[in-house]
Unconditional design. Structure first.
Length: 137
């Protein structure tokens, strides 16, 4: 009887120790994956810098291009973008509710024109009050 008890105890000790090792390895793997994801995010976040500039500080040629090719539009915001050494300028223009994002290369040639959709904010949902159930004694 003592021998069987010894075997059973050692078996359970073996199982418990292996479960603990598996838990430690799982925790280490989670840590490695989260660290990798964080580093990958940082690489992409640092890869591009976007600096806001005043619309009045845009070059005369760029302002003239926008005035000529987008009549009635006004400049809302402008950004200088450095994407791994490649410089560009992003300009947000609007006419009434219509908004456009224009991207120019370093020679101020239009490379991208994109319509910006207006923010369609949903009103907050009304919270219905449910009656409380009666208290049972």
């Amino acid at each position: 009887m003592g021998f069987f008890r010894f075997e059973t105890d050692s078996f359970f000790n073996f199982v418990i120790q292996n479960q603990f090792v598996l838990y430690q390895n799982h925790y280490k793997m989670k840590k490695v994956v989260l660290t990798g994801i964080t580093l990958l995010f940082l690489v992409f976040a640092i890869a591009q810098t976007k600096t806001e500039i005043k619309p009045a500080d845009l070059s005369k040629g760029l302002s003239a291009y926008i005035t000529k090719n987008f009549p009635g539009y006004g400049v809302e915001k402008a950004f200088k973008v450095d994407n791994k050494g490649v410089m560009s300028t992003e300009v947000m223009v609007s006419k009434g509710a219509e908004k456009l994002e224009l991207t120019f290369d370093k020679e101020f040639k239009l490379t991208k024109k994109e319509a910006i959709k207006p923010d369609l904010k949903m009103p907050p949902a009304k919270e219905e009050k449910k009656p409380l159930p009666p208290i049972k004694k």
